[in-house]
Design a binder for this molecule. Structure first.
Ligand SMILES: [Zn+2]
Length: 70
């Protein structure tokens, strides 16, 4: 099982044509569970020709964005 001591890299997948999207930051979802799911939502954009990118949530966690191109 994954350890709590290291924040594992998060990868979120978006649909092939998505250029703007919202995802939930797992790290926030765990640390702010009392505030509800909405507190962990991150909005992002990705140019249509980009296959991956990065998001930083409101609390500074990095999320890798991968476009599901298959
Ligand atoms: Zn976060």
């Amino acid at each position: 099982m994954a350890s709590w001591t290291v924040l594992e890299e998060q990868t979120v997948w978006i649909s092939p044509r998505a250029t703007s999207f919202t995802v939930a930051c797992d790290a926030c979802a765990r640390s702010v569970a009392g505030d509800g799911y909405g507190a962990a939502v991150v909005a992002g954009t990705l140019p249509p020709d980009a296959v991956r990118g990065w998001l930083v949530c409101a609390r500074g966690h990095q999320l890798r964005v991968e476009r599901d191109g298959r």
